[in-house]
Ligand binder design. Structure first.
Ligand code: ADP
Ligand code: ZN
Length: 205
């Protein structure tokens, strides 16, 4: 089964992706993670991606489609879960030409909580653990491995505003796109990660 995770920034796609990956036999493909990897490695793609990501804009489709094409090629004969892709109608149309999608899960979260979730998000650069600053109890260190927790450059308030605008204008229309294909499943993303995952399991079986 091939899955797409849809949802606004901060809806909890990454958190659910980790759980889905542990319970179902799917390969997690996150375009955001791939771009961040390129940025750390300072590749040409990384440098180009950075100039868009830091402004909260989408990386041009031509580049995004190329990295997704490579990732799908690598996961040939394997089930996959796309996280952060597609993000506009053109990407979804192109995806339909190269892969078969079975289920699309839309994680729905009230808009007013997204800002707080994203601006409070902290990540561990060593082990990838992600949590909210309120869960760190004043400690700046990772509860899993002890490294210094960091904030993503695009999780600062001004960038988050443009990410949410981009989401509303370009990504939200995908909900109707996949509804029309009969593939859309709605999940309430307002609960705890475990509660949300319980809903996800009802969809995935
Ligand atoms: P979030 O879902 O929290 O916004 P991601 O890690 O998925 O975070 O994406 C971070 C940034 O990477 C996006 O704001 C965008 O600039 C870029 N990006 C990720 N996926 C795509 C995509 N499918 N198309 C264009 N840009 C993308
Ligand atoms: Zn860590």
């Amino acid at each position: 089964m091939n899955i797409i995770l849809l949802g606004a920034p901060g809806a909890g796609k990454g958190t659910q992706a980790t759980r889905i990956e542990e319970h179902y036999n799917v390969r997690h493909i996150s375009t955001g993670d791939i771009f961040r990897h390129h940025m750390r490695q300072q590749t040409e793609i990384g440098q180009l991606a950075r100039s868009y990501i830091k402004k909260g804009l989408l990386v041009p489709d031509e580049v995004t489609l190329r990295i997704v094409g490579i990732a799908l090629e690598e996961s040939k004969n394997e089930n996959f879960m796309l996280d952060g892709f597609p993000r506009n109608i053109n990407q979804a149309t192109e995806l339909d030409k190269i892969a078969r999608i079975d289920k699309v899960i839309n994680i729905a979260v009230d808009f007013d909580v997204l800002m707080n979730r994203i601006c409070g998000r902290r990540n561990c650069p060593e082990c990838g653990y992600t949590t909210h600053v309120s869960q760190l109890g004043g400690e700046g260190t990772c509860p899993k491995c002890g490294s210094e927790m960091q904030q993503r450059m695009d999780d600062r308030e001004d960038t988050v505003k443009s990410r949410l605008t981009v989401y509303t204008e370009q990504t939200a229309p995908l909900i109707e796109f996949y509804k029309a294909q009969g593939k859309l499943f709605e999940v309430d993303g307002m609960g705890t990660p475990d509660e949300v995952f319980a809903e996800v399991r009802k969809v995935l079986g």
